[in-house]
Design a protein. Structure first.
Length: 257
């Protein structure tokens, strides 16, 4: 598979970027490694002359950049997401170094999946709810007493690692793409399932005083490991719909007593 074809399967997602110059610098870092898929989630300012100036000629990346209102929308169509974080958060995701993250991202891309590399705000990084929408977390190893990388530097490290593993994979054995229903469900499909799951847990009074947020985070972790296929999600939706129907019938019976 050609490098250009593989490169098209990666999307660099910058979330809540404060400084437009960092968007331009990130675009430059991507372009030097052969990537041009850039998505911006609620940027503070874009388009902006500072972004263009610091892109240093990577105008094609900026011109193609997609702007989204939230991360779920930006992840639409992707089936594998890696969240970059300098700190270990409360979300207990698998933790990878950049090279292993690149290997896993490449393996997903070669299976025909769309892959997202997700970077947070310059000051606060990714929030827990944003990380919970990723399948694993990537930490760039740095010294403990000064772990702060500039956003574009983090993008450069990840883009470099991706290109390195792609170049080492120039003559892979042919891979037969899975059937459409056998591909892991994309981010929007998974999010609709979690919305349905959350409503169902409320309908059957599952929580009983326990924290719904904690339970949903644990369930997200479980399903991120499982990476359900679309047809498997359809089965789960059917189970949830039946549970809701039974809860409604039980509630009606209680009223009729």
């Amino acid at each position: 598979m050609a490098l250009s074809e593989l490169s098209d399967r990666f999307r660099f997602v910058l979330v809540r970027t404060s400084h437009s110059g960092n968007i331009g610098s990130a675009a430059r870092a991507m372009r030097t490694m052969g990537f041009d898929g850039l998505s911006l989630v609620a940027p503070n300012r874009f388009p902006d002359p500072e972004a263009t100036a610091l892109a240093a000629g990577a105008d094609d990346v900026l011109d193609k950049a997609e702007i989204h209102g939230d991360l779920v929308e930006a992840l639409g169509g992707t089936t594998f997401a890696l969240g970059l974080s300098a700190r270990r958060r409360g979300v207990t995701l698998p933790e990878l170094d950049p090279r292993e993250g690149a290997r896993q991202a490449l393996a997903a891309a070669r299976r025909g999946e769309k892959v997202a590399l997700v970077f947070g705000n310059e000051r606060t990084g990714l929030e827990n709810d944003e990380l919970s929408r990723c399948h694993a977390m990537v930490r760039i190893p740095s010294v403990d007493d000064f772990s702060s990388l500039n956003l574009s530097q983090a993008v450069q490290v990840v883009a470099y690692e991706l290109r390195t593993v792609m170049l080492a994979d120039e003559t892979p054995e042919p891979v037969t793409p899975p059937a459409e229903d056998e591909v892991p469900a994309d981010a929007e499909q998974v999010e609709r399932f979690f919305e349905h799951l959350s409503r169902t847990l409320d309908d059957i009074d599952f929580h009983k005083g326990r924290s719904p947020v904690t339970i949903m985070l644990r369930l997200r972790k479980l399903f991120a490991r499982a990476r359900p296929e679309l047809r498997e999600l359809r089965i789960l939706h059917g189970i949830l719909a039946d549970a809701q129907r039974m809860a409604q019938l039980a509630g009606q019976a209680d009223k009729d007593k």
